[in-house]
Design a protein around this ligand. Sequence first.
Ligand code: HPA
Length: 272
Amino acid sequence: MKEKIRDVLAALESRLSVKPDIALVLGSGLGGLADELEDAIRIPYTELPHFPAATVPGHAGRFVVGRLHSVPVIAMQGRYHYYEGYTLEQVTLPVRVMQALGAETVILTNAAGGVNETFQAGDLMVIRDHINWFHTNPLIGKNEDELGPRFPDMSEVYDRSLRALAKETAQALGISLKEGVYFGLSGPSYETPAEVRMIRKLGGDAVGMSTVPEAIAARHGGMKVLGFSCITNAWSGTGDQPLSHEEVIETSERVKAHFTSLIKAIVKRMGE
Ligand code: HPA
C-alpha cells in the first residue's frame, strides 16, 4: 500500500497547486458538488497508477481538486465499490492518497436505503456509527505500521464534534437531518424483505454498499470522518416495494440541491 500511495503521489503532486484540507467522497447522484469547486483541477482515475477505471453509471471516476468557500478540498467524483470486483485495498487506496496529500478530514457520502421506519425517501442522515457487514475488512493482511496501528480503535469512527457541527449547520439552513447507523454490506443485489427486517433488528437505520471500508481505512490512518447518507428509498420490510437503481438515482437527483448546500455550508464552517 505504501509504495502504491507513493506512486500515486508522484503522479499527482506536480499537478496540484494547493494542499487539500478536506477530502470529499461523493456517492451515487451526488457527484455534482465537485463541479462547484473553484479553480478546479480534474484528474481522471485512469491517469493514475493503481487506479482501475470506474464502471458504475452515475460515477464519473475522477479527483477534482479546488476550493469550496476558499477551503482547499479534494473531491472524488465517483468511488470504487467492493461489488465491482475490486479488492478492499483498491477501494480504499483513494482515501489513503487523499490523506497523504494532507487532508485531515474526510466527508463520506452515499445513497442508502432507509431501514428505520421513520425514514422517508429524500431524507438526509448524518452517520452516527456503522455496522461492517461486508464480512471482510480493508485492514486484513500484514499491517503497515507507518499507515496506522494493527488494531485501530473504532469507538468513535464518525467524529462527535463534526456530527454536532453538521446538525447545527442543517438546523441553521432549515434542512431536516436524521442521524443513524449505516449498515454496510457488499451488494450488488438489494436486500430481501427478510434482510431488511434483520438489519432493523441488528440496529441499522440505513443500508448501503459503500462507505464502511473507506471509513475504516480513514480511521486507521487517523483521519477525522464525517458521513452522510441520502435516503433514496424507504424499505418497509414487507416485500411490497421493488427497487431499481433508476429509483435510487432519481431520488438523489431530487435532493442533491439540499444535500450540496448542506455539505458546502459544513465545509465553510470547518474552514472558519
Ligand atoms: N440498499 C443498498 N444500497 C442502496 C440502497 C438500498 O436500499 N439504496 C441505495 N443504495
